[in-house]
Design a protein around this ligand. Structure first.
Ligand code: FMN
Length: 228
């Protein structure tokens, strides 16, 4: 039986249902679904309506393999830096199981993280016009719009910045996909059919995030005042 939602319920459901999905089936993404996702990107707000986003759709397996390899390297280096500077140890301080902790550190620093891009049926390279004032914010709004439509369609996606963090990696992405000077590869969106449902990641409690009149003054004095 079809479910019926008010607009508020539907908006809330889509926002809460969206998860970063990193494992996909081999089922292709329908062209009309991809069109809808891209159209939602196009409709995003941007400073001065500059619309500095451009999207490259990558389905070719060899091109995805190359992107996955660059992404894996980027994540591996980022997490290695976090390990060397002790940031990772701080982040995992509450994990008491030493074997699990070691496995997590090894996985994160190995370069295998973010390489899943290669396995997603579609990679969308999100490019941004460099000399537009608000480009990173504009492009981020477009990405979030697309992620929400992905969730509404029952598809899965992940926002992957890994191949674009290091300027040398980003240059390789630009070269591989003939991106002109004047554009930056901002992030990749992997899109496909989720292999399995995903549990929500934790969020900080709202009473720690919202202030009244001055930073630091609780807006929600007690957690139980929060209505959701
Ligand atoms: C700016 C940005 C960059 C991200 N880059 C990566 C990435 O390179 N690799 C990855 O696996 N996930 C990446 N993610 C996904 C986050 O890890 C994920 O959003 C976060 O853990 C919360 O999980 P959720 O999206 O399921 O709520 C990125 C998310 C954002 C917003």
């Amino acid at each position: 039986m079809a479910e019926h939602f008010t607009l508020v319920e539907a908006a809330k459901k889509i926002i809460l249902d969206r998860r970063s999905i990193r494992d996909y089936t081999q089922e292709p993404v329908a062209d009309e679904d991809l069109d809808l996702i891209l159209e939602m990107g196009r409709q995003a707000p941007s400073g001065e309506d500059a619309q500095p986003w451009r999207f490259i759709i990558v389905k070719d397996p060899e091109a995805r393999r190359k992107l996955g390899a660059i992404a894996g390297g980027g994540s591996g280096r980022r997490f290695t830096a976090e390990f060397v500077t002790q940031k990772m140890q701080e982040r995992f301080a509450n994990l008491k199981d030493e074997a699990k902790k070691k496995a997590a550190f090894e996985k994160l620093t190995s370069g295998s993280v973010s390489a899943f891009l290669a396995e997603a049926p579609v990679n969308v390279i999100v490019c941004g016009k460099k000399h537009v004032w608000d480009m990173p914010f504009d492009v981020s709004a477009a990405i979030e719009n697309m992620l929400l439509m992905v969730a509404a369609l029952g598809l899965g996606a992940c926002w992957v910045i890994a191949p674009c963090i290091d300027i040398r990696d980003e240059e390789r992405v630009k070269e591989l996909f003939d991106m002109p000077e004047g554009y930056k590869a901002v992030s990749i969106l992997s899109v496909g059919h989720p292999l399995r449902p995903h549990r929500p990641r934790p969020r900080l409690p709202i009473h720690e995030l919202v202030f009244k009149e001055k930073f630091g003054q609780g807006y929600y004095n007690k957690p139980e005042e929060v209505k959701g």
